[in-house]
Design a protein around this ligand. Sequence first.
Ligand code: PEP
Ligand code: MN
Length: 337
Amino acid sequence: MVIILKPKTKQEEIDKLTNELEGEGVKVNPVIGTDLIILGLVGDTSKIDALKIEANDIVEKVMHVQEPFKKANRLFHPDNSIVDVNGSEIGGNKLAMIAGPCSVESEEQLTFVAEEVKKLGANFLRGGAFKPRTSPYSFQGLKYDGLELLKIAREKTGLPIVTEIMSPYDIEIFERDVDVIQVGARNMQNFDLLNELGRTRKPILLKRGLSATIEEWLMSAEYIMAGGNENVILCERGIRTFETYTRNTLDLSAIPAVKKLSHLPVIVDPSHATGKRFMISPLAKAAVAVGADGLIIEVHNNPEKALCDGPQSIRPNDYETLVQELKAIAAAVGRVL
Ligand code: PEP
Ligand code: MN
């Protein structure tokens, strides 16, 4: 962090600020020129509140030279992190292929889709039991009954289950029953939820918020990690832009950006990014080509009758084609399916 002081700041004021800052555990290196006075802060500045410093009358400007996230930062953890989910890895050479319906609807629907996607190459099963819907009149998910059906599907297929948590009150149940706890885009900045998830050791799939910057997203990962849970997987699922043709705009540039800034695995959700079935395959391929560690894709046996997100759900035979086509792209970037 670099603090630029107003010209002609008195030495006693510089000393006072320096003492305050050093009291917070950093070393202050002053550069006193004729026009500019600069204080360079060395050490762990993550707990220093830049806005509080800026509120000081003698301060002109505060500049960050390092990202505000520490545990998620590649600088302090140069190797890629691999998240272990009961023996299945996310972030290694093998792509995480998470597939399944948007919502858990019935035992027949879920086990059918689970068995299909497993046969076709998926290594994780998705399915929402608690659904964050824009309208309170839309299907809200089967909730706890949905979790039971996910457990049945896991039992039948051996696929680990990925499902969304909406409330911190449900942490104990999710910790017991779920393999990867998903934090939805709408809850990316639900800091109470993130703090609670930091206390568990469960893998967390953290979706990017609807309008979150990459830094805000990584700061949310930092919340979970600061609590002691380093098992975080990021998921780019499209962001709000002025474009209305697609449900969201898939920010593929976020993948290499996150890879540079962080050591955490990052996967892509082309389903919620586009909202359109015909765009899933091309964007899934593009995601793997730019370095994504996996894909989470909505697959439904009967999309016309889906209780949620039918238009973006692909059928098992589309998934089969996609998996086949992805193999060459994965191989070209040194990954396997
Ligand atoms: C989902 O994956 O079911 C979902 C609701 O996604 P998002 O939070 O990205 O909208
Ligand atoms: Mn959905």
